[in-house]
Design a protein around this ligand. Structure first.
Ligand code: PMP
Length: 354
């Protein structure tokens, strides 16, 4: 990227234009979180993935998965991309498919909101809601996506959880961007995991480029097994509880997490009350409107900064904006239903407008 300082302007900007939607994916700003840096005495940064053209970190995975299928010759012009997803990956894939001229078929559980189904259809995807049954059931949306792709010529099941093109894309882009943006002055990285693509890809890059100096940590919500997996030195325990943080939490070690999970320096378990409070704090004190998974990441980054001590640099991911969840996150009725109303401090209750 060409960065040039322009006289009379105080900030740098890129002078390069990019090619289409896919060219606009990545190269997101690294934002210094001012209040959190001040109160920890550290440099705490959030990577503004909500600035991706499809609105989330999953634009990267979507592009990585499609490009790798193209390179492998599995996808030719006019082909079809199939995925089982209820969230940001589907949105990213729908955009990438429109930009590249592929059909996009999305299988999702029929418990998902009409809003999500409508958005994907507006983005040109062929959405197929199927009964919400467990992974072990052959009718689960993931298996149906795989079967459809197997039965359809010139189509590919992108398989975001176990296709390592996902983590590789973060290894090639997100990791190097963070290294360059911090000038190599980074002590720790932390983020949560859905597929594990972001954490494993970034962690591997930072570990290798720094010869192991940068320490990487998982941030995990309730209902996920990974925190206890790391803490217990590799036991997969039953998952109990659930979380309001959509898109993260995992019941197994995916292929994308792979062996990188063994190289992590540790993990942090973040309860929902802290994550929802941080959604409001980030808005109130930083002016940044983020979803709950990003807020969980920021809580983890702050806790890590306090653990490591003053003068350290900690980086995390701001995965998406609150726009996709605002009818819940800013609704008193919903907060009450999750027993989280009291988690919002009195002076921040003014933001509960719904
Ligand atoms: N946050 C949000 C909002 C997401 O949609 C996802 C992806 N499911 C993640 C975090 C986690 O990213 P990854 O799949 O790379 O682990």
């Amino acid at each position: 990227m060409i960065l040039r300082r322009v006289p009379n302007l105080t900030r740098s900007f890129t002078t390069k234009s990019v090619k289409g939607f896919t060219g606009a994916v990545g190269s997101t700003p690294l934002v210094r979180l001012e209040k959190i840096s001040k109160r920890t005495g550290c440099e705490v940064f959030g990577k503004a993935e909500f600035q991706n053209p499809g609105g989330s970190v999953k634009d990267r995975a979507a592009l990585g998965l499609v490009e790798s299928a193209e390179k492998a010759g599995q996808l030719k012009p006019g082909g079809t991309v199939v995925e089982g997803t209820a969230g940001n990956t589907g949105i990213g894939l729908a955009h990438v498919c429109r930009a590249k001229g592929y059909k996009c078929v999305i299988y999702m559980p029929n418990t998902q909101s009409q809003e999500k189904i409508d958005l994907l259809r507006m983005l040109g995807a062929d959405v197929r809601p199927v009964p919400a049954v467990a992974y072990e059931n052959p009718k689960n949306y993931n298996h149906q996506a795989k079967e459809y792709a197997e039965a359809t010529p010139n189509s590919v099941w992108t398989n975001q959880f176990d296709n390592t093109a996902n983590a590789e894309y973060h290894y090639k882009t997100t990791g190097p961007e963070i290294w360059e943006q911090t000038g190599g002055k980074i002590d720790a990285f932390t983020c949560s995991t859905g597929t594990g693509g972001t954490l494993a890809g970034v962690a591997k890059f930072l570990r290798e480029v720094s010869d192991g100096r940068v320490k990487n940590y998982l941030a995990d919500p309730p209902g996920s097994v990974l925190h206890s997996y790391i803490q217990s030195g590799g036991k997969l325990v039953d998952r109990t509880g659930s979380s309001i943080t959509e898109g993260i939490g995992q019941g197994r070690v995916t292929n994308n997490l792979g062996t990188e999970i063994q190289n992590l320096a540790g993990s942090l378990h973040i309860p929902d009350a802290k994550s929802i409070k941080m959604v409001y704090e980030m808005l109130d004190s930083e002016g940044i409107y983020i979803g709950a998974s990003s807020a969980l990441n920021v809580v983890a980054a702050e806790e890590l900064a306090l653990q490591l001590g003053p003068g350290k640099t900690v980086v995390t991911m701001l995965c998406d904006g609150a726009y996709r969840y605002q009818s819940r996150l800013f609704s008193r009725k919903w907060l009450r239903s999750k027993e989280l109303e009291d988690a919002i401090p009195a002076d921040l209750q003014k933001y509960i407008v719904l």
